[in-house]
Every structure is written in C-alpha cells, then in structure tokens.
Design a protein around this ligand. Structure first.
Ligand SMILES: *[C@@H]1O[C@H](CO)[C@@H](O)[C@H](O)[C@H]1NC(C)=O
Ligand SMILES: *[C@@H]1O[C@H](CO)[C@@H](O)[C@H](O)[C@H]1NC(C)=O
Ligand SMILES: *[C@@H]1O[C@H](CO)[C@@H](O)[C@H](O)[C@H]1NC(C)=O
Ligand SMILES: *[C@@H]1O[C@H](CO)[C@@H](O)[C@H](O)[C@H]1NC(C)=O
Ligand SMILES: *[C@@H]1O[C@H](CO)[C@@H](O)[C@H](O)[C@H]1NC(C)=O
Length: 194
C-alpha cells in the first residue's frame, strides 16, 4: 500500500521541484527583447542568451543590492569608474568562469527605482552603454536583476570573451547533482514517514 502511494506522490514531487527551481524572469526576457530590437534597428545581429554571463550578472546584481540609485551609480557612472569588487575573482569562480574567458566581455550595471521597464531599456540604449550595445563584436548576453539594479553582461564569440569554461557544462552538471540529492533526500524522508 505504502508503495503505491509513493508511486503517485513521486511524480508530483518531481513536478513541484522542477517548477520551484525555475526562476521567474519575465522582466529579463523583456529587456533582452528590447535590446535585440535596438540592435535590429541598427542592422546588428541579435544577442543570444549566455547562461554563464547570466550567472555572473546575477552575482554582481546581488552585490549592488541595498545600494541606492544616485547620479554616480549605474549608467550615470563615467566609464571606468564602476565599483570594483574585491571578490570579483570569487564571483567569476562561482560561475565557473575566470579572467581568461571573460576579459573581452563587458559588465554594465544600471539602477532604476522599481525597475520601470521603459526606463531600464533607455538606461542602456540611450546612455554611454549604447556604444557597447551597438558593437558588432558582442554576440551573447546575460541579465541579472536585484532590487532596483539591472546588470547586463555582454559576451563575444572569441575565446577571451566567450564566457564558456574550458570544461564546459560543469555548472549545469553541479546543479543536476544538487537536484539529484534533493530528490533522494525527499524520497528517503517519504520512506521514513510511511
Ligand atoms: C539597415 O538595412 C536596411 C536595408 O539593408 C537599410 O535600408 C537601412 O538604412 C539600414 N539601417 C541602418 C541603421 O544601417
Ligand atoms: C549629483 O547630484 C548632486 C546633487 O543632487 C550634485 O551636487 C552633483 O554635482 C551631481 N554629480 C554629478 C556627477 O552629476
Ligand atoms: C535612467 O534611469 C533613471 C532613473 O533611475 C532616469 O531618471 C534616467 O532618465 C534614465 N536615463 C536614461 C538615459 O534613460
Ligand atoms: C555606437 O554608439 C556610439 C555612442 O552612441 C556612437 O558614437 C557610434 O557611432 C555608434 N556606432 C555604430 C556602429 O552605430
Ligand atoms: C582559467 O581557465 C583557463 C582555462 O580553463 C586555465 O588554463 C587557467 O589556469 C585559469 N586561470 C585561473 C586564474 O584560474
């Protein structure tokens, strides 16, 4: 009897875990689309989503969390004066990246109260960042958001800016292993409960 219950519940549990693991990222998709239309208007190729760049963007956005928007933050920053993080190498490492495959990329933080979509888009397309967004050398994009902050990371198709680690897909493998143990744990707790 217990076994039949288990058979019914496991697929349900699996579905729940899959659903909860999926981050809500509608905002990001809109911004991505907006930037690609901007590039299309300049006859440039669309930027393809890059998971590792997105990972880094999320980590950086997380660092900006709780910092208020001022006229010296985000897209108002004079190029080259962006805050430097002491633990930038750690952020890279967390995303399975290192300076050798991110050197040619570009990191663009913007701060917009409540992340009003139109303002967010113009903060990228109508600021000093437009000079990066209209550059043909960029081919990929990752977007991270946190509070009022939006971070865009651009990647290139060269090895120095590919954001693809030599040992590709380690990140997804790690998360898959993590999920496997999550599942195993749930199964075990069920068996113990029944
Ligand atoms: C984009 O290409 C079209 C057709 O080739 C051309 O008419 C238009 O002027 C181009 N726009 C820009 C911004 O280069
Ligand atoms: C930022 O704003 C303050 C006051 O609102 C002003 O005094 C300062 O000059 C501004 N700085 C820049 C770089 O615009
Ligand atoms: C960027 O966003 C700020 C709000 O934080 C807004 O005041 C400003 O006009 C925006 N800049 C551009 C270029 O759209
Ligand atoms: C890209 O944007 C920058 C700054 O807005 C501008 O100076 C440059 O001419 C633009 N380049 C192209 C290829 O559109
Ligand atoms: C970065 O990655 C490259 C290729 O995977 C590797 O050869 C290099 O040692 C790494 N550098 C650091 C600082 O980890």
């Amino acid at each position: 009897m217990a076994n039949t219950h288990l058979c019914f519940l496991l697929p349900l549990l699996l579905a729940c875990i899959l659903l909860f693991n999926r981050p809500v990222k509608c905002d990001d998709d809109d911004l991505h689309r907006g930037i690609n239309s901007y590039r299309a208007s300049l006859n440039l190729t669309a930027l393809v989503e890059n998971d590792n760049a997105e990972c880094l963007a999320e980590k950086i956005a997380d660092k900006f969390k709780n910092q208020p928007c001022t006229n010296t933050t985000g897209s108002n920053t004079i190029s080259g004066t962006e805050p430097q993080f002491d633990d930038y190498p750690n952020l890279l490492a967390k995303c399975n990246l290192n300076i050798s495959n991110t050197r040619d990329g570009t990191i663009m933080p913007a701060c917009v109260p409540n992340r009003v979509p139109d303002l967010v888009l113009t903060n990228f397309t109508k600021s000093q960042y437009s000079g990066k967004l209209n550059d043909t050398k960029y081919t990929g994009i990752g977007i991270g958001t946190e509070d009022d902050w939006v971070v865009i990371v651009l990647t290139t198709s060269t090895a120095d800016g590919s954001f693809v680690p030599a040992s590709k897909n380690t990140a997804t493998l790690v998360s898959k292993i993590g999920m496997f143990f999550q599942l195993l744990f749930l199964m075990l707790s069920f068996v113990l409960l029944l």
